[in-house]
Design a protein around this ligand. Structure first.
Ligand code: ADP
Length: 319
């Protein structure tokens, strides 16, 4: 292969730029040309493609978001859309494509491989919800953003002796809520993977109060329900004043942590190596701190498993 391309798709995540940089520079190291596809699959269908040079990825390793922009595309989900995408890739002489994104983006990449076009996926999402990889690019940064926010809220919670309910991202995956809950010392963590009992949450609040705790922090993953509804229920049951903070999109941006830059650099470079080795239809992952590659089908047919021992540990430590 002499010409490869890279795109970012779906929700952006901090570290995507570091992955793009690694892909471009690794390709250059191998003497291979790298093209950037702008605006995800939408841009791919339109031929919004430009050659990237060593310089075009300078000064981006520390920037959040993605210099290639990201998009969601309904048109690409159609046969005609995918056909158009393959035609554009052929028009530019591109022989392999790296897709940085989440599981939806990987399903799109698979469709291209089914049409005979080699693709490799790099998991970029703050949710950490991709099977077969211990971590995804952006998770560590989002986690640190959340923990920093909770630490600040804790100051006010303590000063005013209040209960705070904090809603974090994670529609189907509770990883961010769970890890942030443990790292920030939350009293209760409410995640989609684990059933919860309102009586238990209230009892834990009372137990804390009996011990002389001045504040309480409860983390709710957005997929379980709104923080406001939990706050109402707690106030109804206890008569205590509660406050709600929905962290929202602040969790998606910001300069990537060193861990995310490392992960992105390793994964972006590995994606190039895999294409040049003639591999396709695979996703790069990290398992036990080793870079691995896994068949898309294998990864996408599984359900993401959250480490429930972390949940049990958080419960033990927050009594
Ligand atoms: P993420 O990659 O973060 O999970 P999405 O699920 O929104 O984000 O997927 C990003 C894009 O990937 C979609 O807008 C669509 O263009 C493409 N895509 C998702 N699922 C499929 C599919 N089953 N077939 C083809 N393309 C898909």
């Amino acid at each position: 292969m002499q010409k490869l391309a890279v795109l970012t798709s779906g929700g952006d995540s901090p570290g995507m730029n570091a992955a793009i940089r690694a892909a471009v520079r690794r390709a250059a190291y191998h003497g291979v040309q790298m093209f950037g596809v702008y605006h995800g699959y939408e841009g791919l269908m339109k031929g919004d493609i430009q050659e990237m040079t060593l310089g075009s990825v300078g000064d981006i390793i520390h920037r959040g978001g993605t210099i290639l922009y990201s998009a969601r595309s309904e048109a690409f989900k159609t046969e005609a859309g995918q056909q158009k995408a393959v035609e554009q890739l052929h028009k530019f002489g591109i022989e392999g494509l790296i897709v940085i994104g989440g599981d939806g983006s990987f399903r799109g990449a698979q469709k291209l491989t089914e049409k005979g076009f080699p693709t490799i996926g790099v998991p970029g999402t703050i949710d950490n919800d991709i099977p077969c990889t211990d971590f995804t690019i952006g998770f560590d940064t989002a986690l640190n953003t959340i923990v920093e926010a909770i630490d600040k809220i804790r100051d006010t919670a303590t000063s005013h002796e209040r209960t705070y309910i904090i809603e974090v991202m994670g529609r189907d995956a509770g990883d961010l809520a769970l890890w942030a809950g443990l790292a920030a010392g939350a009293e209760s963590i409410i995640i989609p993977e684990e059933s919860h009992d309102m009586n238990d949450i209230i009892e834990r609040l009372h137990a804390g109060q009996r011990r002389g705790k001045k504040h309480s922090i409860i983390i709710v993953a957005e997929g379980v329900g709104s923080a406001a509804s939990y706050a109402e229920a707690i106030t109804r049951e206890t008569g205590w004043e509660t406050r709600v903070t929905v962290l929202g999109h602040i969790q998606r941006g910001g300069s990537p942590t060193a861990m995310d830059r490392m992960l992105a650099s390793r994964m972006g470079a590995a994606a190039v190596d895999l294409l040049l080795e003639g591999k396709k239809d695979r996703m790069v992952g990290i398992q036990n701190n080793r870079i691995v590659d896994v068949d898309f089908n294998e990864a996408l047919s599984q359900k993401h498993q959250l480490d429930l021992s972390v949940y049990q540990l958080a419960r033990t430590l927050s009594i």
